[in-house]
Design a protein around this ligand. Structure first.
Ligand SMILES: NC(=O)c1ccc[n+]([C@@H]2O[C@H](COP(=O)([O-])OP(=O)(O)OC[C@H]3O[C@@H](n4cnc5c(N)ncnc54)[C@H](O)[C@@H]3O)[C@@H](O)[C@H]2O)c1
Length: 314
């Protein structure tokens, strides 16, 4: 989640001052903006914090570091080594001279608390929330269009699978079921570009906007074919195997989600290309010894009632 507001001369309302509840016309002061990146130690959050800092926003990161704790508890690690958030911030300062503030905070009910705080203390603040939108569902309507006489802007599900890692660590590509499941995909450079565009073009007071944040859509089979072609270009072979689908989902569906709004705001997509796949493959080759292939096959089935998730021995 990202919260942005103008730096000054904005004055938060005092706690005793009642909320007017009305939508007064606000004069947005110009000048550098402050952005709080909640979850700023994460995949999307850190990249976005760097992008915004680079664009001269005053960036503050708030994170509980719980994601690192999960990996630690389960004995997992990322493919590429990731140093501490403190090291990241120091390195950024030494490279650019720019400061990113850090607060290590464990919060419950983040979204509700943040929205309440905005209402009480800082109505000028503009929250932007990245969410996953029902990964387990199977949509069959076009989004951002009129459908059966009604117009909808509902979010749509998204799934990210990484065949690239499998391809170069000596493991077959695992296609669940028929492999016809389609989802939207987005380059991380477009994630940070999108957040910047949303912050720079804030919603009107009282307006609730929904953006479908993706630039391309692929089925699982299409992704497997893309990765296979890229690997073969480098003179290697990779097998694709079909794995009984442990997920409860339609394996083939009508999928034509819309994503016009970000393009209208000015998003310039970085589409999945051969050169990007080559780059990702090079990373995987470099760090392939860090891959624990025992963790790749699914160990939990959502199809069986009462199945016990496999616990990882310490
Ligand atoms: N990864 C993607 O491609 C993608 C795409 C679209 C949307 N999203 C959404 O964006 C959000 C972030 O995704 P991500 O991939 O960066 O995840 P991530 O797990 O890498 O990062 C989440 C960060 O939030 C922190 N966090 C979690 N709970 C917290 C709490 N209670 N208090 C403080 N910090 C807390 C974690 O420590 C972690 O650093 C998610 O909601 C995700 O669904 C991700």
């Amino acid at each position: 989640m990202y919260c942005s507001c103008n730096n000054s001369p904005f004055k938060p309302r005092s706690k005793t001052q009642p909320s007017s509840g009305s939508h007064q016309t606000s004069t947005r002061p110009s000048g550098p903006k402050r952005v709080m990146v909640i979850g700023g130690d994460g995949y999307c959050g850190w990249a976005t914090a760097l992008h915004l800092s680079n664009k001269n926003y005053e960036v503050t990161i708030v994170d509980s570091l719980v994601r690192r704790l999960f990996d630690h508890q389960l004995g997992f690690d990322s493919l590429t080594p990731i140093s501490s958030i403190h090291d990241h911030i120091r390195r950024w300062k030494s490279l650019t001279g720019k400061t990113i503030q850090l607060f290590i905070e464990q919060q419950r009910d983040w979204t509700l608390n943040v929205l309440f705080a905005i209402k009480e203390f800082m109505e000028e603040c503009h929250p932007v929330k990245l969410g996953t939108m029902g990964e387990c569902g199977t949509p069959n309507i076009d989004i951002e269009v009129t459908h059966n006489g009604t117009t909808d802007t509902l979010p749509y599900p998204k799934q990210v699978s990484s065949f690239n890692h499998l391809s170069r660590c000596g493991h077959a590509l695992t296609v669940y079921g028929k492999g016809g499941q389609a989802r939207g995909y987005l380059d991380i450079r477009d994630t940070v570009q999108s957040v910047k565009l949303m912050i720079a073009n804030p919603a009107q007071r009282g307006e609730f906007r929904v953006f479908n944040q993706f630039t391309e859509q692929f089925s699982v089979n299409e992704l497997a074919a893309l990765v296979t072609r890229a690997v073969e270009k480098h003179g290697f072979n990779v097998e694709t195997i079909s794995v009984p689908n442990p997920r409860v989902e339609a394996e083939e569906q009508y999928y034509n989600a819309k994503h016009t709004k970000l393009i209208e705001l000015g998003l310039q997509p970085h589409l999945l290309s051969d050169s990007l796949l080559d780059l990702l493959l090079n990373f995987t080759v470099k760090y392939k010894d860090r891959v624990d292939t025992k963790q790749i096959m699914p160990s939990v089935s959502w199809r069986k009632i009462g199945v016990k998730p496999k616990t990882v021995a310490a």
